[in-house]
Ligand binder design. Structure first.
Ligand SMILES: Nc1ncnc2c1ncn2[C@@H]1O[C@H](COP(=O)(O)OP(=O)(O)OP(=O)(O)O)[C@@H](O)[C@H]1O
Length: 582
């Protein structure tokens, strides 16, 4: 079975949506080309029937017709160009929107797999490549064949004995174009991944700028950037050099064609066999024919590059979204059942060992479960799995008796709120940042959440209060302030379950204790799974789950675990040691 071309599959829905503008464009282009083809013929008649015979009336009459026709042709061609640009911009806009919408629905693992840098290139540069192709197609798809046929027919009408020149000039030009394509296409293919690499390096360097400076590695990073950048520049330059040689060769061929017409046609004109106007018209038709071949070659050049870009866009669009049950999944069964994890095993893509092995846990409404374990023991992975940021490889996770795989994802995310280890604050104001997950939250709710998260002072200390600006990522706040604001944002959502991933790690012990008290009040009716490294937070929990290398090695309350779980004892002892040292 033939697989549809990626360009076609990516463009089809958008071309269909632009059907009427495309029809209008076709009509305008046909009229414009017809005008272009008729003008040299009129010119020939003015010269041969008017100028040569000294018939001024004919010169005036045909001259006026030619002037009106030329203006009309210009207007129509201008409108067609504008319409073509409009269609290509509109298609690019819709394609980018569709791509962005799809990326938003991709699973976390898929986003990691593509890499954010590549996704940015795909939404940006790759869409631009497709847009360029559409724009070129808009100006050539009808113009080229009509011009080619029209130029040959009109050339034959003017002087059939010169048409052999067309039969020589056009294949020569086609050969040059094919040679150029053969040299240029591999370079174009190399370019997109090179743009990806530049973006990836740049993104990493800008994200880790502080660490680069702290480690004095500016020179190293500069070299790393220069390496990927110069690879891209080299490719771009070699394409540019090819174009440099292509232009003069094509111009030479076209001029040789014109000279040949003058040479052979001139002899016939001198012998009185044809008019000078016909020779001039034939030159115009030959040049039109060659220009049409060039226009077609532009499409031939753009097509493979746009194909590579379409392929990259199609890869994203064809990646299934996170869930087939984004809305309208299986209803929740029994609110008393809460969160249940049964035999959950998770292996991250590319990882040798599973991050979670056969994990079992249960959290009911109003219950608080603390999760402790050494670094890398799978705590974050567990919370990601419960909130369905990642899928589990085996076992089952359910909420209120409904398997998360078949649950309504939007409703799940409304009911179960994850506060990650390094949450992100979006730019805007504190008000917009706090109500990010619940845009209809009233002001009282925002203040209440701020009080619970002990973040009220952060806001009242600012002159503009809730309307104070937040920089992208919340970088105008300290780590501890950011953590509390993010916690407040989660509490605004008023969820049924909270998954808290070490959310007080940047706070001092006193503030942490205050936050813990606020949290306890805020989430009194909710179920809470709290990953923590602090013994103080563990003490507040109803139960404690101890993870070691992805496996549950203990579960119970503090006293039970002290007696039964050596990993937990080590955790407690390390904390006591820290406190003593402090
Ligand atoms: N995206 C990933 N790809 C591959 N392996 C991963 C990925 N994320 C985590 N891991 C691995 O899974 C294991 C568990 O990681 P996880 O982040 O869940 O640990 P953690 O207990 O939360 O650690 P920490 O306390 O340091 O935050 C680790 O061995 C880690 O290297």
């Amino acid at each position: 079975m033939r697989t549809p071309s990626p360009t076609r599959s990516v463009l089809r829905p958008h071309l269909r949506a632009a059907a009427w503008p495309l029809v209008a464009l076709g009509v305008l282009q046909t009229l414009s080309v017809a005008g272009t083809l008729y003008l040299p013929h009129l010119n020939a008649r003015i010269i041969d029937e008017g100028v040569t015979r000294g018939d001024l009336d004919t010169v005036w009459r045909l001259g006026s017709v030619m002037a009106v026709l030329a203006v009309l042709q210009l207007l129509i061609a201008g409108t067609a160009t504008a319409l073509g640009a409009y269609i290509s911009v509109r298609i690019a806009r819709d394609l980018r929107a569709a791509l962005f919408q799809h990326v938003m629905r991709l699973g976390t693992a898929d986003v990691r797999g593509f890499t954010p840098a590549s996704l940015i290139t795909r939404c940006g540069n790759d869409v631009v490549q497709v847009q360029m192709l559409v724009l070129t197609m808009c100006t050539t798809v009808l113009t080229v064949p009509i011009t080619m046929i029209g130029a040959v027919v009109m050339g034959l009408r003017e002087e059939p004995r010169l048409t052999w020149l067309m039969a020589v000039a056009v294949p020569a030009l086609v050969l040059v174009v094919l040679g150029f394509a053969w040299l240029a296409l591999p370079k174009y293919r190399r370019m997109q991944p090179q743009i990806d690499r530049v973006n990836a390096v740049l993104r990493e360097q800008l994200t880790g700028l502080r660490d680069v400076r702290a480690a004095n590695r500016e020179d190293h990073e500069q070299r790393r950037f220069e390496q990927v950048n110069s690879a891209l520049i080299d490719t771009s330059l070699s394409v540019g050099r090819l174009y440099l040689s292509f232009g003069p060769i094509v111009a030479l061929l076209m001029n040789l064609g014109a000279v040949a017409v003058v040479w052979f046609g001139g002899h016939q004109a001198a012998a009185g066999e044809i008019g000078v106007g016909s020779v001039l018209a034939f030159i115009s038709y030959l040049l039109m024919l060659m220009s049409a071949v060039l226009m077609a070659s532009t499409v031939v050049m753009l097509l493979p590059r746009a194909r590579v870009s379409s392929q990259r866009i199609a890869e994203v669009l064809h990646t299934p979204p996170e869930s087939t049950t984004v809305a309208g999944g299986t209803p929740w069964r029994d609110p008393e059942l809460g969160i249940e994890v049964r035999g959950a095993t998770v292996r991250h893509p590319g990882a040798e060992q599973p991050a979670l092995r056969e994990v079992e846990l249960r959290v009911r409404p109003g219950e608080r479960l603390a999760v402790v374990g050494s670094t890398g023991s799978g705590k974050t992975t567990l919370l990601q799995a419960i909130s369905r940021q990642i899928s589990i490889d085996s076992g089952q996770i359910s909420l209120d008796g409904t398997d998360l795989e078949s649950a309504d994802l939007v409703d799940l995310r409304r009911r179960v709120v994850l506060v990650p280890q390094r949450p992100y604050l979006f730019s805007g104001t504190i008000r917009s940042a706090l109500s990010y997950g619940k845009p209809d939250a009233d002001e009282e709710r925002l203040w209440q959440a701020l009080r619970w998260a002990r973040a009220e002072r952060i806001v009242t200390d600012l002159p503009a209060g809730l309307d104070s600006p937040v920089a992208p990522g919340g970088t105008n706040f300290s780590g501890g302030q950011r953590q509390r604001l993010c916690l407040a944002r989660a509490l605004v959502a008023d969820a049924d379950y909270y998954l808290l991933d070490d959310v007080t790690s940047a706070l001092d012990a006193t503030t942490e204790a205050e936050v813990a008290r606020g949290l306890a009040r805020a989430t009194a009716d909710a179920g809470v799974v709290q990953v923590t490294q602090r013994i103080a937070s563990v003490a507040e929990a109803d139960r404690i789950l101890v993870l070691d290398r992805g496996t549950v090695v203990g579960e119970g309350n503090h006293d039970d675990l002290l007696g039964t779980c050596s990993t937990y004892r080590e955790f407690v002892e390390s904390q006591s040691l820290e406190e003593t040292t402090a």
